[in-house]
Design a protein around this ligand. Structure first.
Ligand SMILES: [Zn+2]
Length: 344
């Protein structure tokens, strides 16, 4: 990649070629009366920042975040991103992108077509933060015979695996649940006093887990509503996704405020929280019916994961490319051999 004044020149040249190609197929039908149009741009945020020459992006920190802003769709900055308005500022969208990027020359393109990735914002962002906090709360307040976090998290893990088996999900999907995996400093985290039988019963019926339970339920319903819909959301599904999404955000915010008041390291607040609201939920609120799980980077990340797994082991940096292709060929041959065997 070549850079000039912080602009990724290689990417801009690629974009130029892409725009030229797309414009030519939009004008000339590519056979059978079909034409090809660009309708949505997806991608990991770090990549999009370079690809779109963005001036405001969430990973900006400190003084820069306050001066430039952190959101593609509003003027929220490092100090104001937690003030969540329901309406996105339309006038803020276009100036977030580079003035000279070739995409402006693509017929029919406008900045509203560029989407935030639900995988990173929700499932690896706020959703993951919720999951970690929830596991710690269940280990703290749940009904367990074990008398340490290590023991309780192990028991919780066993329960998860049993649930997976009952529901035909690979039990190894969740490899491990431990303080280390959750990134918890065990010394700073007090184990609950007790735990006598009476303590366990009292805590099981305690209200401590009710609100976090609703938060997790709302997130699961939001995800399930999107996953069970096609590329375009029916009105009913869109309203449901928005309702569950809003409920999840409200519950998370409440739990986060509570954790801060009680000085507990739970329900971390990060600018990704703003992204979920501003880039995903507000779009549904404003009438977009594009199912944003379809513009998430699930398959792309999976592909990168597969390539990484394939290259695991002793591979010298100098021969990395060659080895990758060799191993891929081996993989394809095994696949073909298996397919042939199945046929005969
Ligand atoms: Zn925003």
């Amino acid at each position: 990649m070549a850079f000039k004044d912080k602009t990724n020149v290689t990417m801009m040249a690629l974009q130029q070629a892409f725009v030229r190609m797309m414009n030519s197929v939009a004008e000339t039908p590519c056979g059978g009366g079909y034409t090809l149009f660009y309708i949505a741009g997806k991608g990991d945020w770090k990549h999009k920042k370079d690809w779109l020459c963005e001036k405001r992006y969430w990973s900006q920190t400190g003084v820069q975040a306050n001066r430039a802003g952190i959101c593609r769709r509003c003027y929220a900055n490092g100090q104001t991103w937690m003030q969540l308005e329901d309406a996105t500022d339309e006038s803020a969208i276009a100036p977030a992108f580079g003035e000279d990027i070739p995409l402006w020359g693509l017929a029919g393109w406008n900045p509203n077509m560029e989407w935030c990735d639900i995988l990173h914002a929700v499932w690896l962002g706020v959703g993951r933060d919720l999951c970690g906090s929830l596991l710690m709360q269940v280990a703290t307040h749940g009904d367990f015979a074990e008398t340490s976090y290590d023991g309780r998290l192990r028991a919780l893990h066993a329960k998860c695996q049993a649930w997976c088996s009952r529901n035909s999900i690979r039990p190894s999907t969740i490899e491990e649940v431990s303080l280390q995996k959750l990134g918890v400093d065990a010394l700073a985290y007090d184990f609950p006093l007790g735990p006598s039988k009476a303590y366990a019963i009292r805590e099981t019926t305690s209200a401590e887990l009710h609100a976090p339970g609703v938060c997790a339920w709302a997130l699961a319903k939001y995800g399930a509503t999107l996953d069970s819909s096609g590329l375009w959301l029916e009105e009913e599904a869109a309203v449901a996704a928005l309702t569950f999404g809003d409920l999840f955000m409200a519950c998370y915010l409440e739990q986060s405020s509570k954790a801060i008041a009680e000085k507990k390291p739970l329900y971390r607040m990060r600018p990704k929280f703003h992204s979920v609201k501003c880039e995903l939920l507000n779009r549904l609120r404003q009438g977009s019916r594009l199912n944003h799980s379809h513009v998430g980077c699930f398959n792309e990340e999976d592909y990168v994961g597969q390539v990484t797994r394939m290259l695991k082991g002793a591979v010298h940096p100098l021969t990395l490319g060659k080895r990758a292709l060799e191993r891929m060929l081996l993989g394809i041959n095994v696949h073909l051999a298996n397919a042939q065997q199945e046929q005969s």
